[in-house]
Design a protein around this ligand. Sequence first.
Ligand SMILES: C[S@@+](CC[C@H](N)C(=O)[O-])C[C@H]1O[C@@H](n2cnc3c(N)ncnc32)[C@H](O)[C@@H]1O
Length: 348
Amino acid sequence: MRRPRPPVARPAHAAGRPARPSLTVKKDIPVTMTLPARRRATASLACGLFALASFAPLALAQSAPAAAPYEPMRGQAGKDVIWIPTPDGAVDRMLQMAEVKPNDRVVDLGSGDGKIAIAAARNHGATARGLEYNPKMVDLSVRMAQQAGVSDKVKFQEADIFVTDFSEATVVTMYLLPQLNLRLRPQLFRMKPGTRVVSHSFRMGNWWPDEVSRVGSAELFLWRIPANAGGTWRMTGASGLPHHVQFTQRFQQLEGQAAYDNQLTAGVVQPRLSGESISFGVRDAGGAMMQFQGRVAGNRITGTMSRATGGTVPFEAVREGPAEPIQGIEAGEQEGLAAARALEAGPN
Ligand SMILES: C[S@@+](CC[C@H](N)C(=O)[O-])C[C@H]1O[C@@H](n2cnc3c(N)ncnc32)[C@H](O)[C@@H]1O
């Protein structure tokens, strides 16, 4: 059995102090020396001092201890919100809810130690970008991505999420604060329809989520950026279709009316918009239900109509006039400002 070694005195640098350079210079020059001897001694002192000046930094650098790797502290300050990492199980669930695929571009807003972006690349093969205000966290994330072997797929950027363009994202993730989510809402609504937005813990004000999950104490919310389906659409396709369908839209929620002629209109039944995908029912002039499934692309909807009695036919709808603005979005900006002002004002 090995005997325990006795404690040994630690060198100064081990305690965080730089070790002294080993080069020593004799300072005392006896005055009893002959002049040439004194000159030689002075020259030797000058050389010694020169050598000390030249090599001391090198010696210091060589003996200085390697800087300890940066260790973030839970709860440490951030620009607009502190750092607390999303638990691993919640990260996995957020990426599942967003159905992240290899062709996705994931952007984590306020990426902390980079764990969401790294998981998106490592577990789903996506490319990912983390935007983080704290440069030390950015450096840490870069190291973590290297360790995870996904440096080619994940980039981290020192940036303020409120002045940085992330419009390339197909999936946006965040763990921020309610009023920060609201501030982001107008920017999110300008993103491509179908973009998924997943938030840990915090909602988007009155923009109702498409899906909610809970992992332990972490509540997770998913939204899909809706296409704009508001306005009046002229329909063509099989006989028996209404000639016009009109939708009003608030966030991703639709209400609509179908018109056959001046005599008959029919309420649109269970309209649903998920990104660009639209579906709704309309009862025809004979009373039979028709189910429409389609895709909104700008001012055109293309898809299929099927009846319970069987048979599926293609249809097309073209928007007449301009798209109506989606209701609710601008209010988000106002809500965000009001929430931020209330926070700044503090408790009454
Ligand atoms: C609660 S942590 C979430 C970290 C990571 N997204 C996660 O879920 O594990 C929020 C992060 O946002 C960063 N942050 C705060 N304000 C920011 C801003 N304006 N722009 C970029 N990052 C910000 C903080 O430094 C912190 O790392």
